[in-house]
Design a protein around this ligand. Structure first.
Ligand code: HDL
Ligand code: ZN
Length: 414
């Protein structure tokens, strides 16, 4: 008879100690200067917390954006932590990070927290957080259309092997007129009507940035209405440039589907919402392009089960993460449970989407806790059949979820 307590403890220890690759973040290494966000003021002004703060103070919205960072952080702290209990996932996350970094959350002393983070060099800070969060590497979100970021790449920033690249295509695929103007200015022979040498020139642009960034995959976030095939600039670029490039370079294409951009523009980065998307679009792509590899995550809870079913049909489809509004304990348990039940261990359970270095500490502490809970339930069900679960089998499974599935899907070793 299995000893449930022993099994539970063993699974928890393995999940908490297995290092992982965080396959989607918005983090940058110290070499990227001000693009690297870290410390308590950046934690408190995370756009999730800004949205929650402005719910209580909608009249402050325009004033908020004119405030200096420290004043914004003070307002968030006062509104969400002092005037009421910080029960939301994003609030709890700030406190988990402070606690795991050894700070006293009962003091509620922002000045003390500011001193602590102020005493860390960027390099020390990366080492501390990667050690605390059990991070092998993170994948960044790299936008070749961002003038600030482009400068760092062209200055050949010193490589920190824990920060891997992903080539982000939102401007190219979702803002074609802006992209066409940018490409023309950069010397590529493209035109808004996509005539002449437009497609081969965009291919040259991709090859140039692929050489500069060496991205693990190409990525794009897409609206709930995303359809393919489609006679739109996005549909034509995907068919004529992106999918052939990905197939020939072996790079997966990450589709992050279901974002309704700026439903409330006044909230800026916090102004995006969610919509239910069409699984047929993913099925069409996987069926029509069997040589391409698709990393897919949906933003709507309502798309999760059909993504699992679609993944059962297509080996070139890798579901990943509990994205954004789904990155909460309840949703992680629900989504991971259905994935284990329908896909076994052939998926990538989570990414952090971290924007602030210190978020890795809480996002992965919280996710590991929920993953351990769901895995324990499934392993207990297995053990109840008499199936043996030696420690090295559990460790093998968890390493698959935490980095091996990703590197095998990429066809490389990280
Ligand atoms: O498009 C994306 O990569 C999203 O993750 C957005 O960046 C979003 O604002 C976010 O940070 N979600 O967690
Ligand atoms: Zn993101």
């Amino acid at each position: 008879m299995i000893n449930r307590a022993e099994l539970r403890a063993k699974i928890g220890e393995i999940v908490n100690s297995t290092p992982l690759v965080d396959i989607h973040t918005h983090l940058f290494p110290p070499a990227f200067g001000g693009m690297m966000l870290r410390g308590i003021d950046e934690l408190l002004t995370y756009h999730y917390l800004v949205a929650e703060t402005l719910r209580y103070r909608p009249e402050k919205t325009e004033e908020f954006w004119r405030m200096p960072l420290v004043a914004q952080a003070d307002l968030v702290w006062e509104t969400l932590f002092l005037e009421r209990s910080p029960v939301s996932e994003a609030c709890r996350g700030v406190l988990t990070t402070l606690k795991l970094l050894g700070l006293d959350t009962s003091a509620g002393a922002l000045a003390e927290y500011r001193d602590f983070f102020g005493g860390l060099s960027p390099e020390e800070h990366v080492d501390l957080v990667c050690q605390k969060a059990g991070i092998k590497a993170v994948v960044m979100t790299n936008d070749p259309f961002d003038p600030e970021e482009r400068r760092f790449w062209q200055e050949k920033y010193p490589v920190d092997r824990r920060f891997l690249a992903a080539l982000r295509l939102d401007v190219l695929l979702n803002k074609w007129p802006e992209a066409a103007a940018h490409l023309q200015a950069a010397g590529y022979e493209v035109d808004p009507g996509m005539t002449g040498r437009t497609f081969p020139e965009i291919r040259r642009f991709l090859e140039e940035w692929d050489r500069i960034m060496n991205p693990l995959y190409l990525a794009v976030s897409l609206p709930p209405t995303f359809a393919f095939p489609e006679e739109t600039p996005r549909g034509r670029l995907l068919e004529n440039v992106i999918l052939p490039f990905c197939r020939e370079s072996g790079r997966p294409l990450a589709l992050m589907i279901g974002v309704k951009k700026l439903v409330n523009p006044a909230l800026r980065l916090a102004g995006d919402s969610v919509g239910r998307s069409r699984i047929e679009t993913v099925e069409n792509l996987c069926a029509a392009y069997p040589e391409n590899k698709f990393l897919v995550t949906f933003l709507s809870r309502e798309n999760q089960h059909e993504l699992c079913v679609a993944a059962r049909k297509f080996g070139n489809l890798m579901p990943f993460g509990c994205w954004w509004f789904l990155n909460t304990p309840g949703m992680i348990r629900e989504i991971t449970g259905m994935r284990l039940e329908l896909l076994g261990l052939s998926f990538i359970p989570q990414h952090s989407d971290a924007r602030v270095l210190d978020q890795l500490v809480y996002k992965w502490d919280h996710s590991r806790k929920e993953l351990a809970r769901v895995l324990t339930e499934k392993y207990e069900d297995l053990a109840a059949t008499g199936w043996q679960l030696p420690e090295d089998a559990i460790r093998r499974d968890v390493e698959g979820l935490f980095f091996r599935n990703f590197q095998e899907f990429l066809g490389i070793s990280l």
